[in-house]
Design a protein around this ligand. Structure first.
Ligand code: DGY
Length: 330
């Protein structure tokens, strides 16, 4: 029997993807730092039984239509808003992701971003390197305290709970908002459930970790920022489009909120002329939430396991579209 054809949309380490080469014929886009060209993705999808994709790849109806043999799309991310999941299901294609392995790494980064924004770490480091430090001064680069403040987590999933654990270490009060209450997390973490407006009004740090869906697109709009404390710091480590960036810019410029730490943007990579990048009270990062070497390797390994399971006719460990089980492509 012919080996299945697997296309990987970025260059990944050969030793990590070795389990795929054992079961299939593998082709990789040859660049680590350049996304796959659209025409290459479409041409490869035509031949592929499996695609190992990145969050920067748009996997839409056109890809599904091209992929007449396609059985699985394994996204190397926990988020899957780059994939049209209902269309994949319609075509009998399994969609898989990489939950769990990145929870602590992403929570570390989210908390680091919160600390960096509150304590003005990036500004301070730039100030030092620019040779501007002339004397110790009482209010030189004075930020705001994190310990004993109130953190409001929007999206208390596994990453949100890992952030809450870190907040507990800083003796913070923890508020959260979710579509559904999580009473176990309330018991374990002492987190208090709030409506969205209540959370915005009461939090010193508003942390966005909710996935991007039709419901959450622009959840953080003008009205949301106006409800926050003027001293509040907004942190986003989920997806950029959950935020109306124009509204955020206005809120920061008009002093409606005090600062923002952003790991994600609506359009990535961000154009250097993006207005938010011009603000001193914004700490901006290039979507590095899960970017530790250890975790990225685990995400690659998990993506490989997802593909192997589907190609062997098994149920993958991280299946997004469970309806696929009834609509599998043969
Ligand atoms: C994910 O996995 O969705 C994260 O955004 C990657 O950093």
């Amino acid at each position: 029997m012919e080996k299945p054809y697997i296309f990987i949309t970025r260059k990944l380490p050969e030793e990590v993807i070795a389990p795929l080469t054992e079961i299939g014929q593998v082709t990789m886009w040859p660049h680590e730092d350049v996304p796959v060209a659209r025409e290459v993705l479409l041409a490869e999808a035509k031949k592929a039984d499996a695609l190992l994709t990145m969050l920067s790849d748009c996997i839409d109806r056109e890809v599904m239509e091209a992929g007449t043999n396609l059985k699985v799309v394994a996204n190397m991310a926990v988020g899957f808003d780059n994939i049209d999941v209902p269309v994949a299901t319609e075509y009998g294609v399994a969609v898989c992701n990489t939950p769990d392995v990145l929870n602590n790494t992403t929570a570390d980064l989210t908390f680091a971003l919160l600390l960096a924004t509150a304590r003005r770490l990036v500004e301070a480091a730039e100030y030092m390197k620019a040779g501007e430090w002339k004397s110790w001064s009482p209010f030189l680069l004075a930020g705001t305290d994190v310990h004993h403040k109130t953190i409001g987590i929007v999206g208390l999933g596994k990453i949100g709970q890992a952030v809450a654990k870190r907040a507990k270490g800083f003796e913070m009060s923890i508020l959260y908002h979710n579509r559904t209450r999580n009473e176990e997390a309330e018991r374990q973490l002492g987190a208090v459930y709030c409506t969205f407006p209540e959370l915005l009004q009461a939090s010193d740090f508003v942390v966005c970790l909710t996935p991007l869906t039709a419901e959450t697109r622009h959840l953080f709009n003008r009205q949301a920022f106006q409800l926050m404390k003027r001293s509040a710091i907004f942190i986003n480590a989920s997806r950029g489009a959950v935020v109306d960036e124009e509204a955020l810019y206005e809120a920061l410029v008009n002093g409606e909120i005090a600062g923002a730490g952003l790991d994600v943007f609506a359009e990535e990579p961000v154009d250097p002329s993006h207005p938010l990048l011009s603000l001193k009270n914004v700490v901006a990062l290039p979507h590095i939430g899960s970017a530790s070497k250890e975790t990225r390797v685990k995400m690659m390994e998990r993506s490989c396991r997802n593909i192997i399971a589907v190609l062997k006719g098994e149920t993958p460990e991280a299946l997004v579209n469970t309806e696929w089980l009834q609509h599998k492509r043969a």
